[in-house]
Design a protein around this ligand. Structure first.
Ligand code: ZN
Ligand code: ZN
Length: 372
């Protein structure tokens, strides 16, 4: 079978592997029908970061957590890439009870057991069992985060399958929730719980770094009753998508500076200047969630400003497994058009070329499989 591998900056290719096999009775083998490219995957694909990160880790300028997730030479190819997929179950282990061959499921990017203390608290991406001492247990980040392979593969094995695999609601187009495994769930946690706690709050999204996450967040905020959603991005195409999802779109140097502050801020520019700007745009008592990778050890977070204004800054990996059932149900019932964020839809077979493209959100599909 084919497995998409990151080779080096700008270069990806299929590598032939043996078909995956069930290792324990709790495993399932799945075949992806729709996969999409996480915003984070573009970092090594579009930027030559590997050597600079290796040097930065040695010099202490880059946080050691990067090495614990990606290895001492971060993003050193080849490694299997991809961690957003809707898949079809093709085989189940002897102890799997909830799944049948042919079921369509969402596969979360991180591996979790569903039974340990952190899983029960909803912190599924920090599952104690699956991580087994590692920082993360995940698909598509290379061996430092476990030997799970990537999701842009003809087949892959999913451990703890009964818990891990979340059924796609009947009638929900997999293309609509192509990013549910990661980026859509990530966006959900930045705005939905906070808007439920503060109905009608105003929202600012700084976009352009986590390109799809910022757009999903803007759309989810508008659909959850935010009084205003200001979306800031230098890209006219993304501003157009944000506006179509109900946000008011601005260029980078636009209007938000004049605002007295936002109750909810989403930092999706994925820059340290962005995170500082986002914190200073947060209203007293507000919450700012930053979804980017901030790898440097010196980020200049304005702590005194946060203290003086009671600002909460939330950083952390997303925990898709914990929110997926609710998210999928809500998207389905409310016809939330998440597919508007998809800027390029390509055939699964074209993955090596398409995955390297400079586009906001790449989705790959196998129409012959999921329309059958
Ligand atoms: Zn991701
Ligand atoms: Zn667990």
């Amino acid at each position: 079978m084919r497995e998409l591998n990151f080779i080096s900056t700008g270069k990806l290719d299929w590598i032939e592997r043996n078909d995956p096999e069930l290792i324990t009775g709790d495993d399932a083998i799945v075949r992806p029908i729709v996969v999409s490219r996480c915003d984070g995957d573009t970092l090594p694909i579009h930027h030559r970061v590997s050597r600079a990160m290796q040097a930065g880790l040695k010099a202490g300028a880059i946080d050691p957590a990067v090495g614990s997730i990606c290895g001492p030479v971060p993003f050193q190819g080849p490694f299997a890439i991809g961690h957003e997929a809707i898949a079809e179950v093709v085989e189940t282990g002897a102890f799997v009870q909830n799944l049948r061959v042919g079921d369509k499921v969402v596969v979360p990017w991180s591996v979790s057991c569903g039974r340990c203390g952190t899983c029960r608290r909803g912190l599924t991406s920090k599952c104690i069992t699956a991580r087994d001492g590692r920082t993360l247990a995940a698909f598509g980040f290379g061996p430092a985060s476990g030997h799970y392979g990537g999701m842009v593969s003809d087949l892959f094995r999913v451990p703890f399958a009964d818990h891990m695999l979340v059924p796609l609601p009947v009638g929900l187009d997999p293309l609509r929730v192509a990013a549910a495994s990661d980026n859509l769930s990530d966006a959900w946690r930045t705005v939905v719980p906070h808007l439920r706690a503060r109905p009608g709050a105003n929202v600012l999204v700084l976009g352009g770094g986590g390109k799809s996450i910022g757009l999903y967040a803007a759309g989810l905020a508008a659909a959850h009753g935010a009084s205003v959603v200001d979306y800031v991005d230098s890209s006219p195409q993304r501003r157009e998508v944000a506006a179509s999802l109900g946000a008011v779109a601005h260029q980078r140097s636009g209007k938000p500076a004049a605002n007295p502050g936002y109750d909810i801020v989403v930092e999706a520019s994925s820059t340290t200047s962005g995170i500082r700007k986002a914190i200073r745009a947060t209203a007293p008592g507000g919450i700012c969630t930053a979804i980017g990778y901030y790898v440097g050890t010196n980020t200049g977070i304005p702590l005194m400003h946060m203290y003086a204004n009671d600002i909460t800054l939330h950083l952390g990996v997303s925990h898709p497994r914990a929110v997926l059932p609710e998210l999928l149900d809500w998207v389905h019932k409310n016809n939330f058009p998440a597919e508007k964020v998809t800027s390029h839809l390509a055939d699964f077979d074209d993955a090596p070329r398409a995955y390297a493209e400079h586009t906001t959100k790449l989705v790959l599909h196998r129409p012959a499989l999921f329309q059958a």
